[in-house]
Design a protein around this ligand. Structure first.
Ligand code: NAP
Length: 193
């Protein structure tokens, strides 16, 4: 390992999580990958993986006690916008209450918290946006991300960062959902068959 940085990543089975794991391995940084289910990413060594439910505070505390991270990268989320409309309470638990868990534990242990958010916090009517522009979420998913951002913004603990990404696309291992590149590839395959 090349530094004292120890990174705990949530949502490591997801698309962004898998790509971050790949970068951490390349850079030979110490990390613990976590996700809700069992490890579905064959590129992530099994001794670097534990299942961790971010809605369960005790689960997070156990991992933090054992691994002692200096930084948590939270990519875990309910990301399917339609599912969020159908399961509003679950969306709130995963996308907001769980971020509260991560924030409290980060503050108690002086861990840097890097939280993933989205351009969906804006309504899209007046872009391009500055990060300080007024938010106006138009969906349950977007509102949950705004609420999670506000937890951090209003906290007395300031060792955090919010990264708002736009469409994440690409190939991954055993992903639970598709993305624009995979849709296009499947459509092209069907046309050539
Ligand atoms: N995809 C996009 O286009 C996009 C755009 C803007 C922002 N973002 C944000 O970027 C982040 C990563 O997105 P992504 O596309 O990589 O997500 P993704 O592929 O849907 O992966 C999300 C991961 O979260 C995990 N998860 C769900 N509930 C959990 C829980 N209770 N405890 C622990 N882990 C849980 C799932 O784990 P299991 O697979 O193990 O169940 C899943 O692998 C999210 O915060 C998302 O809001 C994404």
């Amino acid at each position: 390992m090349v530094s004292d940085t120890r990174i705990l990543i949530t949502g490591s089975n997801g698309l962004l999580g898998q790509k971050i794991v790949m970068q951490l391995l390349r850079k030979r940084l110490d990390f613990l990958a976590t996700s809700l289910g069992s490890n579905r990413n064959p590129d992530c060594p099994s001794d670097r993986y534990v299942s961790m439910d971010i809605t369960n505070k005790e689960d997070i505390e156990k991992c933090v006690d054992v691994f002692q991270p200096t930084c948590i990268i939270n990519t875990a989320a309910m990301t399917n916008v339609d599912e969020c409309e159908d399961k509003v309470e679950l969306c709130h638990q995963i996308n907001v209450e769980a971020v509260h868990n991560l924030l409290e534990i980060s503050a108690e242990n002086n861990i840097q918290l890097i939280h993933l958010s989205t351009d969906f916090v804006f309504d899209g009517l007046n872009g391009p946006y500055k990060e300080t522009d007024e938010k106006n979420p138009l969906s349950v998913y977007a509102k949950s991300k705004v609420d999670s951002e506000e937890l951090l913004e209003k906290s007395d603990y300031k060792n955090w960062a919010i990264l708002r990404t736009i469409i994440v696309f690409g190939q991954g291992n055993n992903l639970s959902r598709s993305n624009i590149v995979l849709w296009a590839r499947e459509a092209l395959k069907k046309e050539t068959n």
